[in-house]
Write a protein that binds this ligand. Structure first.
Ligand code: C2E
Ligand code: CA
Ligand code: CA
Length: 561
């Protein structure tokens, strides 16, 4: 866009008149000088020099065809080959009708015959050519993404539709390509490197698809869309990208969602929604780079949409229920109920019971989780209060927190309100925070955890072993218990029977002075081995599945007896 803004700097547009005959130059200068700033060149080479010098401000070139040093037609060809100069409109001055076609072919936008017509006619043709060129430039600035030169999404969809109109029978694929962890590239290496990578990717895509009918765009920062005739070699794109980015400070991997052989009855944007659904499916997968959309995926997507849509009603109608799963202390001879975990279930009027694995991730993505969790925490608190009051019994119940909630400055206030309103204490409700929450943006999370602990809350690090916390970090973490991730235990018992990793974690916990809780314990063998290794608390189907509040009462009563 640089040119069109500079055009108005001094109020007059700049025009170059290139003609070897002085009389012609003077004539045109006289006609134009009131309205334009006129530059003059007496031969082709001089004209080229002036064009290059003034390339950012020049509005139009009036070009004689027969000139010494460099003739008009050759100059036209030169301009056409240079991207920076190509967009400056050229009107050819000629007495030779045969050259008119040739000059139009070489990119001239109009011609003025010699001998010259009336000054008004000349002025009108000039102003029209300038206007057209400036319009075209505005269009191409919005049509193209400035960084990569690819189409912007608005025009991309339009050209895609146009392509369909003229080629209704071509089998087309819609592709959505995302750069894995691009924000990290920007954060670690700076925006300039990020931009460089995006440009390389764009270049690589243009080359890759040069043999197909295709339209390509950059949709958002690191998302590219391609609409192309069907092919099935998309896996090789990732290799090509790695190749062109091999001089970058980090490896660059794309994930590619493909909606192959599009249904053209769907509107074009929906086709790319499908490609995106497929791409998102492999978001955290480090070994698969191409994902193809199928109807099953669509079903899942619609199901997810339904759950999100129905959330407010479900919450209002109390369709969410809290289940409790007991945790047992196994240090002594006999396991003793020590606490419980509150786990949500959705009792849907038509779909039946839905497990949290299906909706928690959706609600986390859509920002609904905070509402649901606060409701669940309240329910758990009310149950604890009820047991205390009615049975005179209770154990601490831990509730789950999602990562996003750790950024909420009001979090401590929320828990204080819940405990005081239900009439329980901070010792009755424990908080489970997943290990992966600590790893990313750890400073803020650690601060929040400290704040919660200062207010008397007990913090359990959930899913320990699934994240990537370093030993260094763990030793500085403010926590009260380590909860071993279920898969961690499963692997140890299933594959190799090698329990050394569990021993190491128990040693770490000992060093930190906190107990280890093992979850997902299903067999007696697991229970006995964990006990021998020094694990102090166990949760899992071996003792009980998560059960409704009424059923959980029996564990409380048993403990008391
Ligand atoms: P989690 O916090 O790791 O919870 C443990 C999960 O393991 C629960 O699944 C539990 O039912 C299951 N489980 C317990 N013992 C065993 C066992 O012996 N074998 C097997 N195979 N599974 C066992 P659930 O209830 O389906 O919850 C899944 C996840 O959903 C939870 O994982 C937690 O991350 C999330 N979640 C559940 N309730 C809530 C909630 O109220 N708020 C939030 N934010 N997340 C929740
Ligand atoms: Ca948990
Ligand atoms: Ca867990």
């Amino acid at each position: 866009m640089k040119r069109s803004t500079d055009l108005y700097v001094d109020g007059k547009r700049h025009i170059l008149v290139a003609d070897d005959e002085m009389i012609n130059r003077e004539l045109l200068e006289n006609i134009l000088c009131d309205e334009y700033d006129v530059l003059l060149a007496e031969d082709g080479e001089r004209a080229y020099e002036l064009i290059r010098e003034n390339r950012n401000t020049l509005s139009l070139i009036l070009l004689d065809l027969i000139m010494p040093k460099l003739n008009g037609l050759d100059l036209l060809s030169r301009l056409k080959d240079e991207p920076e100069l190509r967009s400056i409109p050229v009107i050819v001055l000629t007495s030779d009708q045969a050259s008119e076609v040739e000059s139009l072919n070489r990119g001239a936008s109009d011609f003025i015959p010699k001998p010259y017509p009336q000054p008004d006619v000349i002025r009108a043709r000039i102003s029209r050519s300038i206007e057209l060129a400036e319009d075209r430039q505005i269009i191409s600035a919005t049509e193209r993404d400035e960084l990569t030169g690819l189409y912007s999404s608005e025009y991309f969809y339009r050209y895609g539709e146009q392509f369909d109109k003229f080629h209704p029978d071509t089998d087309m694929d819609a592709l959505c390509l995302d750069v894995n962890h691009f924000h990290i590239v920007n954060e670690r290496f700076g925006m300039a490197k990020g931009d460089e990578i995006l440009k390389k990717i764009a270049g690589c895509l243009v080359t890759f698809f040069s043999t197909s009918d295709c339209v390509i765009c950059r949709k958002t920062a690191d998302t590219f869309l391609v609409y192309c005739s069907h092919r099935d070699d998309y896996t090789s794109i990732t290799d090509k990208i790695s190749e062109v980015c091999c001089d970058m400070p980090t490896s660059v991997k794309l994930r590619i969602g493909v909606y192959a052989s599009c249904d053209k009855k769907l509107d074009i944007r929906s086709r790319f929604d499908r490609a995106k659904i497929a791409a998102d499916l492999i978001k955290n997968n480090y070994s698969v780079f191409v994902s193809v959309f199928d109807e099953k995926l669509m079903e899942n997507e619609l199901f997810a949409e339904q759950l999100v849509d129905e959330f407010p009603k479900a919450l209002a109608e109390k369709q969410f229920k809290v289940f409790f799963q007991p945790k047992f202390n196994i240090v002594g001879d006999k396991p003793v109920l020590s606490s419980a975990e509150a786990l949500v279930r959705w009792f849907h009027p038509t779909l039946g019971m839905i497990s949290p694995g299906k909706f928690i991730p959706l609600f986390e993505e859509d920002g609904l989780i905070a509402q649901l969790d606060e409701y669940i925490w309240r329910c758990a608190a009310d149950n604890i209060a009820d047991w205390k009051k009615r049975l005179g019994l209770s154990v601490p119940v831990s509730v789950n927190l999602s990562r996003a909630e750790m950024y909420d400055p009001a979090l401590v206030g929320t828990f204080e309100k819940i405990t005081s309103e239900s009439g329980i204490t901070t010792k009755d409700i424990y908080l489970e925070i997943t290990e992966s929450a600590y790893v990313r943006d750890s400073d803020q999370i650690v601060e929040r955890v400290k704040e919660l602990r200062e207010h008397g809350f007990f913090i359990e690090m959930d899913d320990f072993g699934s994240g990537y916390s370093s030993l260094n970090m763990i030793s500085e973490l403010p926590i009260d218990a380590l909860k071993l991730d279920m898969m961690f235990i499963r692997n140890a018992f299933n594959k190799s029977g090698d329990t050394r990793m569990i021993s190491i974690v128990i040693d770490i916990a000992d060093y930190l002075g906190v107990p280890v809780i093992a979850e997902g314990v299903e067999t007696e063998e697991q229970y006995l081995t964990l006990k021998k290794l020094g694990c102090s608390i166990i949760q899992g189907y071996y003792f009980s599945k998560p059960v409704p509040a009424e059923e959980f009462e029996k564990f409380l009563l048993e403990k008391d007896s």
